[in-house]
Design a protein around this ligand. Sequence first.
Ligand SMILES: Cc1cc2nc3c(=O)[nH]c(=O)nc-3n(C[C@H](O)[C@H](O)[C@H](O)COP(=O)(O)OP(=O)(O)OC[C@H]3O[C@@H](n4cnc5c(N)ncnc54)[C@H](O)[C@@H]3O)c2cc1C
Length: 427
Amino acid sequence: MTGQPRTAAADVVVLGGGMAGLVAAVRLAEAGLRVVTVAKGHGSLRLSPATIDILGYGPGRVDSPAQALPGFAEAHPGHPYAVVSPAAVAMSVQWLKEHVDTYSYVGDPSANMLLPTAIGVPRPSAVAPETMAGGDVRTAGPMAIAGLGVFKDFHPALAAENLQAATAAYGRPVQARPVLLDLPSAGQPDFGAVGLARRFEDAAFRSQVAAELRAAVHGEETIGMPAVLGMDQARSAWTELQQATGRPVFEIPTAVPPSVPGMRLASALHARLRRAGGRFVLGAEAVGPQLSNGTLTGVRISSAARVAPRMCRWVVLATGGLASGGIEVEVSGAASERALGLPVHGPGPGDAGFLPGYWDDHPMETAGLRVDSRLRPVGPGGEPVYPNVYAAGAVIGGARPWREKSGDGISLSTGYLAADAILEEAG
Ligand SMILES: Cc1cc2nc3c(=O)[nH]c(=O)nc-3n(C[C@H](O)[C@H](O)[C@H](O)COP(=O)(O)OP(=O)(O)OC[C@H]3O[C@@H](n4cnc5c(N)ncnc54)[C@H](O)[C@@H]3O)c2cc1C
């Protein structure tokens, strides 16, 4: 287009820097394609617990996602898991495990662990950082839930009390009691999660924590702590605390953002992307397709007060759902897709997107793109809108990730498969 600035062509433009976009980008860049990832913001990854919840409720609590997925997909034909096979989910999990080198991820789709949240509710997660797995209440013995006085975003008494009550209701009561450590505040009134995680990378601070824990914890107890045990060196901080206390230690994801485990996972994937030569452009927004005779040849990107086309052969659309602005609610009440203007399956103008009851099945919850078996967004007749656009993650409609506990499983597996589809075409 004459008169408009152009940016260098890429093989693939990935739109979105959350779990789905990063997974697709890393896979494609590692396979040798020129990949540019464009993200308006960081997405959910740095806010979420960074466990891989594949299917926690469907609607009853799921013990084995691998066993439950075929029946779940059959009962929910419009769900993303209807186009992602259980084998593909398992492959994507294996891929992720091989691509996070900060520490290990443990577990697999064959069984859900039940890991305590910050308010003491056991949450079904199939795959989690090794630092969290010791909290699995299916097998855990008595616990001491340790808070740090300098950290205001974690309340051990609340977590311990709820955990006892919730595990009793599950039929396998776990004894849990709170412990509050009195640690030096280094002149600060309190710390946020990130500041505290950085302090855990200091050996002297870790020794002080270990000494306090040894004095406070009883013989058989497993120690639960907020997930702030180090940022880049979480594995060594966690290992050292276990050695120094002689007790198993596990991390509990905090409820208040940002999430330290989410930041660890994001930085591990970013490092992989950089190493593979992929580019990441933050703070730029896709505002429409770049078309040539009806064929999508790029994406129009708004950045620094100008709009320029970014030319490419393929697009991975991983812009998230309502939470990240990939899907938006118009003034008319209709749902729309913001980056490429693709048709959305969801409430139209004048339809009720939200129902009166908080726990109702709100139609807007499942709003998003419909995709074909290769993850290409389709129109009302089921035909792909653009043959070279693939969708991944929460922008795909049909799921209720908050209820199902399926968000990161969907994003991981569809990000992995969108890359697969492009690699197949690229030969
Ligand atoms: C606080 C929190 C806790 C959660 N807890 C859980 C949990 O316990 N279990 C679970 O299964 N799931 C959980 N989730 C949900 C899960 O994290 C998400 O479903 C999943 O991460 C979505 O990933 P995504 O990559 O599809 O989208 P997102 O992470 O939302 O990323 C979307 C990306 O697209 C970018 N973007 C949007 N529009 C544009 C545009 N026009 N141009 C360019 N970029 C754009 C955004 O800035 C962002 O980078 C949680 C989410 C949050 C926020």
